[in-house]
Design a protein around this ligand. Structure first.
Ligand SMILES: Cc1cc2nc3c(=O)[nH]c(=O)nc-3n(C[C@H](O)[C@H](O)[C@H](O)COP(=O)(O)O)c2cc1C
Length: 325
């Protein structure tokens, strides 16, 4: 699959997830394979163009992460254009515009999903960003703000007219947040309506789901978000399934090694409370469905030191592995 000049092989894309798809996580996923395009957590155009350090710190990435898309959000066309230029200068292989985020503080500022309710501004933002960068441009959105105002077909047409190279649809409304289920039939509708590639997104939890999304919607690529947190192998397994019709579950040893390597990488980049917070977030996800996982998650609140948490996770996996023998 191609997004403009960029080849996405396999046609599987990591969804941008704030607080999750940082550089260590992206590098870990690259090592497992199967991802055609990684996406950075979103970058605020306001913060990054005002030189806010914490936001600028998101931009540098490791060459092994490529191809990588950088997603920017905001409502001011000039600032969005300036932020997109910074993303391109940072080496992004593609720039993505966020027009789907339903989070209240973002929508209140006219950004994210709010742009689905102000299509003139959405057009101005896409046009300004298109004029600002030469790398491929994509736009990610939802069905609309509410079910009675499904702007996705109109917004998709605007994106195409303004020179976007592809669009991604997560077929829920902003009001739905993550409730209900993603309505894949709407992805098929958008595919039929546009000439540029449409990336399908929403509720893909297994290699079989991904195949079904391709088959039912005709989308050019599948984007996966939340499922990768419980199963970082979902991309590798799906790529194998698409190619050979089969996939293998990783061993418990492989899972344990992945988690501990990821945590070591995080410890190299972060410290103190920031590290502790990230370790807790990922421990919560990675131990789902594992024997004793619930008990470990119950103890997380009381842990105040990253070293203590790393030791607890290490002995959790050591116990699981000895229990198997
Ligand atoms: C923790 C979290 C953070 C997210 N952050 C972003 C974001 O920064 N930009 C964005 O476009 N979507 C964001 N999303 C939405 C995902 O990219 C994706 O559209 C959504 O989760 C549906 O896909 P899934 O069912 O595969 O998870 C986020 C989702 C989650 C769960």
């Amino acid at each position: 699959m191609r997004i403009g000049t960029l080849s996405i092989e396999p046609p599987l894309i990591l969804a941008p997830m704030a607080g999750i798809t940082d550089s260590p996580f992206r590098r870990m996923l690259r090592r497992l394979g199967g991802v055609g395009l990684l996406t950075m957590e979103f970058v605020s155009s306001e913060a990054v163009t005002r030189g806010i350090e914490a936001e600028l710190a998101k931009l540098p990435f490791d060459p092994e992460e490529r191809p990588l898309a950088i997603q920017v959000y905001g409502s001011d066309p000039d600032r969005m254009a300036a932020a997109a230029r910074l993303a391109e200068r940072a080496g992004a292989d593609a720039v993505d515009i966020n027009m789907g985020c339903p989070s209240r503080p973002i929508v209140r500022n006219g950004a994210g999903a709010a742009l689905m309710g102000d299509l003139d501004r959405a057009r101005a933002v896409i046009r300004a960003v298109r004029d600002a960068v030469t790398v491929p441009l994509t736009v990610k959105f939802r069905l609309g703000l509410r079910e009675d105002d499904p702007a996705f077909l109109e917004l998709g047409a605007i994106a195409e007219e303004e020179g976007a190279d592809a669009v991604t649809l997560h077929p829920r409304t902003a009001r739905q947040q993550y409730s209900g289920s993603a309505d894949w039939a709407r992805i098929a509708e958008l595919v039929r309506a546009l000439s540029i590639p449409v990336v399908g997104n929403g509720d893909v939890r297994s290699p079989e789901d991904a195949c079904r999304m391709f088959g039912e919607t005709g989308c050019a690529a599948v984007m996966i978000g939340r499922a990768v947190l419980k199963d970082p192998w979902i991309f590798a397994k799906t790529a194998s399934f698409l190619e050979t019709g089969r996939w293998e579950e990783p061993s418990l040893e492989q899972r344990a090694a992945f988690v501990l390597d990821h945590f070591r990488l995080l410890a190299e980049e972060l410290e103190g409370r920031a590290l502790l917070h990230k370790l807790k977030v990922f421990t919560g996800k990675y131990t789902h469905g594992l024997p004793g996982g619930r008990e470990l998650r119950g103890r997380l609140d009381g842990i105040r030191d990253p070293g203590e948490l790393m030791a607890a996770v290490e002995s959790f996996f050591a116990r699981l592995l000895t229990g198997r023998r």
